[in-house]
Write a protein that binds this ligand. Structure first.
Ligand code: AMP
Ligand code: TRP
Length: 333
């Protein structure tokens, strides 16, 4: 039964290379939560363009991300799946929120510091104000719960602060303060080439990640080439980041405890464990890959889902914007 007081919003950027970290860190939690809460799953294309994108590739990636959501088990009838740019209210609310967000709060955002690089003066304004747009995504639907990976925690805390600032500035208990939902066991899946670096879409080495579109041979090859150490056995020790990461992936894929994983694999050497994890990953991911391929062969079907989702999202968004405009003091003529 849907709990009507709670609402989920989350999203992934359509920037290609959807990977195991996106799946275990975010999408799988959505799949588990979708029946308990009213849920909106967004393809955040406005966020994607904070970094230059090729228009043709962006279009493809939007459909690919949609297909991935459905292939991973998100029900497009029960839930709202839509592209962010189709609901103009995201940008509209972002502007109003930006007028209620002190610059000092944005200056603390670590993702901006990482992404902007050394020459910050040349970074686009959108990359800097990205967290305000993200707050708008969340607050537009008066979201209560936001399931994400660990790297997004700071942005959700900012969204809470912005909601509080808006409520205070307009003397209204209007926006609920959204809660991050972060699963400990898959909060941060690391690169297969370096256990101290996050698995990421933008890593130049494709061997660093398992993509949701990888076939069996590629998955096996990537695990075989994954960085390992010379120590016997597998464990979760901080001093062995690669062992810790691969065992963590095993735990998350199988849905078992760390103790159980140590019991099953603690005695294996790295290469035997790599064979085992390949088997588990392939078993888990093959149906998803297969389903994604089928869905991508039907772009009209995907577009219809996005259109339907946009209409449903817009209905909620229009109501919020009308309330917000009223609170701010705009005439709605
Ligand atoms: P992004 O790829 O930045 O659009 O992220 C989409 C979602 O996946 C967000 O909820 C992220 O927190 C999550 N995510 C991305 N990379 C990882 C990772 N390596 N481990 C766990 N979660 C991740
Ligand atoms: N910034 C998030 C990421 O890169 C994606 C995102 C945009 C998001 N808006 C959101 C996630 C709102 C949760 C809620 O992963």
């Amino acid at each position: 039964m849907t709990n009507s007081k709670k609402r989920i919003f989350s999203g992934v950027q359509p920037t290609g290379n959807l990977h195991l970290g996106n799946y275990l860190g975010a999408i799988r939690a959505w799949v588990d939560m979708q029946h308990q809460y009213e849920s909106l799953f967004c393809i955040v294309d406005l966020h994607a363009i904070t970094v230059a994108q090729d228009p043709a590739k962006l279009r493809t990636a939007i459909r690919e991300t949609t297909a991935a959501y459905i292939a991973c088990g998100i029900d497009p009838v029960k839930n709202i799946i839509f592209p962010q740019s189709a609901v103009a209210e995201h940008s509209e609310l972002a502007w109003i929120l930006s007028c209620n967000t002190p610059i000092g709060w944005l200056n603390r955002m670590t993702q901006f510091k990482d992404k902007a690089g050394k020459d910050r003066e040349k970074a686009p304004l959108g990359l800097y104000s990205y967290p305000v747009l993200m707050a708008a995504d969340i607050l537009l639907y008066k979201t209560t719960h936001v399931p994400v990976g660990e790297d997004q925690k700071q942005h959700i805390e900012l969204a809470r602060d912005i909601a509080g600032a808006f409520n205070r500035n307009f003397n209204a208990e209007y926006f609920p303060l959204p809660e991050p939902v972060i699963r400990a066991e898959a909060a941060r899946i690391m690169s297969l080439r370096d256990g101290t670096k996050k698995m990421s879409k933008s890593d130049e080495s494709d061997y660093s990640r398992i993509n949701l579109t990888d076939d069996v041979t590629t998955i096996a090859l990537k695990f075989r080439k994954a960085k390992s150490d010379m120590i016997d056995g597998m464990d979760f020790d901080e001093s062995r980041p690669e062992s810790k990461n691969l065992l963590g992936i095993y735990v998350a894929l199988k849905g078992i405890s760390k103790e159980q994983a140590l019991h099953e694999c603690g005695e294996l050497n790295f290469s035997a464990f790599k064979n085992l994890i390949t088997e588990v990953a392939v078993e888990h991911l093959s149906p998803i890959t297969q389903k994604m391929r089928e869905l991508l062969a039907e772009p009209d079907y995907l577009d219809k889902i996005l259109q339907d989702g946009s209409n449903r999202a817009k209905e909620i968004a229009t109501k919020t914007m009308s309330d917000v405009k009223n609170l701010v003091g705009f005439l709605q003529v």
